[in-house]
Design a protein around this ligand. Structure first.
Ligand code: FES
Length: 79
């Protein structure tokens, strides 16, 4: 099995939802302070602006009409 720590960080735009960040990364607030992710290697960041737990997604987007319009010109490595 491949060493998970050597894999690149991936950022996935979830359709009509958050950005999913997966891998070994640090998440910083606007002042540069690091969020304590308690070892989490996957986080969902809100991009609808409705989460009550910014910058994280709390699934509030599901109760809104938020629709993502991003569509890559070329998709590679989609899972
Ligand atoms: S994307 Fe989920 S609450 Fe904003």
């Amino acid at each position: 099995m491949a060493d998970q720590s050597s894999r690149p960080v991936t950022v996935k735009a979830v359709q009509d939802g958050p950005l999913q960040i997966k891998g070994g990364f640090r998440l910083l607030d606007p002042s540069g302070e690091e969020y304590d992710l308690d070892g989490q290697r996957v986080v969902l960041l809100c991009r609808c602006g409705r989460s009550g737990d910014q910058p994280f997604c709390d699934s509030s987007h599901r109760a809104t009409d938020f629709r993502s319009t991003d569509r890559p010109a070329c998709v590679t490595g989609a899972d």
